[in-house]
Design a protein around this ligand. Structure first.
Ligand code: ZN
Length: 419
């Protein structure tokens, strides 16, 4: 996962353009992703797909021709979506077009101007402060022209058409945690799911430019939307911080309960917060006209770490073991969703005699799990067709896997049926 982030880091991604397209092509080497193109000017819900932005070079050069700000050295140096410019101007005229971070004078900020045409540079405060007065060559060799918006889509079919949506934004340039970490974990998760012998759900992965990408997808997939039963937006999953889960707008959807359950039983530092209508693409999936059961899975949330949207959100901020931990947590959540369900106790009058069926005090197999007999009693008592196994696990204070294995044992003995 870290190697994938390293591979993608130098590409100048944006909400459209070849940097985004090339990033998706590199993912195609790892998973059978489909790259979809939506033409500039297409109406999507209340939005219009913008012109396509491409950039070849950008710099500010001093009188001696030395590049004092250079896009080739770091792609954050240009205001993302800058219109082209090629002019000589005094520092005083250039200065209002340079964005800096006075509080972090060595960091380069990440700034965009997607929906209003502008040009600009981003640079370290220390570099800008050292620029002498004089004339500078200001060059942004970009194009903003009709083209298309690209996004990646991967569908891994399961036994049912009910879907789990996993979505990550793929539109930021050299930012590692906010962007590349989510893409890397999503790819690893897709590989893991594709390798499984069976899946109940169909899994749909989206690698999309933030906001406009999910709006494009929703606008063109209204037929798929009702089949999405659970979903997660993955973002900022590579830093060393604890987990943060932002609930879906529904607040108590199975995905919300599954994530809370998994994080509690993993025994790791975590926080769970209610939905708010800002953040990532959960804003679109959870807009009231869709109201999907999609939460946002993160480590340190957007805007809550100093390196966020700066050059310091780089490959050293993202740790391989943090990516691994995020993958393991999300994978455990999907295991819960796959295994959850409602069942009916077929011997509900009094407790069925478990001993004579080899389920009580038995040896061998799942029965050796600690608490297995308690788990049997929990499943039998609450399997009335309306309590899901996850709800029973929560009531029992037991890990889901233990409740699931008790249900499997009861199913095998004919004491339970799917409700
Ligand atoms: Zn961001």
């Amino acid at each position: 996962m870290h190697a994938l982030a390293t591979d993608l880091y130098p590409l100048c991604r944006s909400i459209t353009g070849d940097g985004l397209r090339e990033s998706l092509r590199r993912l195609q080497k790892l998973v059978p992703l489909e790259i979809c193109e939506v033409k500039s000017g297409t109406q999507v819900l209340d939005w219009t797909v913008p012109k396509e932005w491409n950039i070849r070079d950008a710099y500010v050069a001093d009188a001696k021709g030395r590049r004092v700000i250079d896009f080739n050295q770091l792609n954050l140096h240009v205001l993302n979506y800058s219109v082209p410019i090629r002019e000589k101007m005094p520092l005083a005229a250039l200065r209002p077009h340079i964005f800096t971070l006075p509080d972090h004078p060595d960091w380069v900020p990440y700034r965009t101007s997607y929906y209003s045409e502008a040009w600009g540079f981003c640079a370290a405060q220390r570099v800008v402060d050292a620029l002498p007065d004089g004339e500078y060559d200001v060059v942004i060799d970009s194009t903003l022209a009709p083209g298309s918006l690209s996004y990646g889509q991967l569908v891994i079919p399961g036994e049912t058409r009910d879907e789990v949506l996993l979505s990550c934004h793929s539109c930021h340039p050299a930012l590692a945690n906010d962007n590349l970490s989510g893409m890397a974990v999503a790819v690893a998760l897709a590989q893991q799911l594709a390798a499984q012998p069976r899946r109940r759900f169909t899994y749909r992965f989206l690698f999309i430019p933030g906001t406009i990408g999910s709006i494009c997808w929703l606008a063109s997939h209204e037929d798929v939307v009702p089949r999405i039963k659970h979903g997660l937006v993955l973002s900022c999953v590579g830093d060393a911080g604890g987990f943060n889960y932002k609930r879906s707008r529904r607040g108590d959807a199975p995905i919300d309960r599954a994530v809370a359950h998994v994080l509690r039983h993993m025994g790791v530092p975590h926080a769970i917060t209610d939905f708010v209508p800002y953040g990532y693409d959960e804003r679109q999936y959870c807009s009231p006209g869709f109201n999907l059961a999609v939460g946002c899975f993160m480590r340190t949330p957007n805007g809550k770490y100093p390196e966020y949207h700066t050059s310091a959100d780089n490959l050293s901020l993202v740790k391989p073991d943090a990516l691994e931990g995020s993958l393991a947590a999300v994978s455990a959540v999907l295991t819960v969703l796959e295994g959850d369900g409602c069942f009916r106790n077929l011997s509900p009058k009094g407790e069925p005699q478990l001993g004579k069926r080899g389920l009580y005090g038995a040896t061998g197999g799942a029965a050796q799990l600690p608490g297995f007999e308690f788990a049997l009693l929990w499943v039998l008592n609450f399997s009335d067709g309306s309590h899901s196994l996850l709800e029973i696990a929560e009531k029992a204070g037991m890990p889901f896997a233990q409740i699931r294995s008790a249900a499997d044992a009861l199913l095998a003995k004919g004491l339970l049926e799917a409700a």
